[in-house]
Design a protein around this ligand. Structure first.
Ligand SMILES: [Zn+2]
Length: 81
């Protein structure tokens, strides 16, 4: 089984997409927080107040799952929890 036939199979395609997704996560490790949309704060429902977003801790960013996976595979000193 050559590389070409592997890439032509559904499995190869999935592998290719996965590899691309991992690469994308490596190059763009962060995205806007899904909770606050990158605004770093959550608006109060009824009034004008707000508080810092608990999901991202007020950073406004969320680490992509792929980046976390790469972190687990790579350096454990920096990403240990
Ligand atoms: Zn947030």
């Amino acid at each position: 089984m050559g590389l070409h036939s592997l890439l032509g199979s559904p499995f190869g395609l999935a592998l290719l997409v996965f590899a691309g997704w991992l690469l994308h996560s490596l190059l763009w490790p962060y995205k806007n927080c899904s909770r606050c949309g990158g605004s770093k704060k959550l608006n109060a429902v009824g009034g004008g107040g707000y508080r810092s977003c608990p999901k991202c801790g007020g950073s406004g960013t969320a680490t992509r799952v792929g980046r976390r996976m790469l972190g687990l595979l790579g350096s454990r000193r920096r990403y240990h929890r």
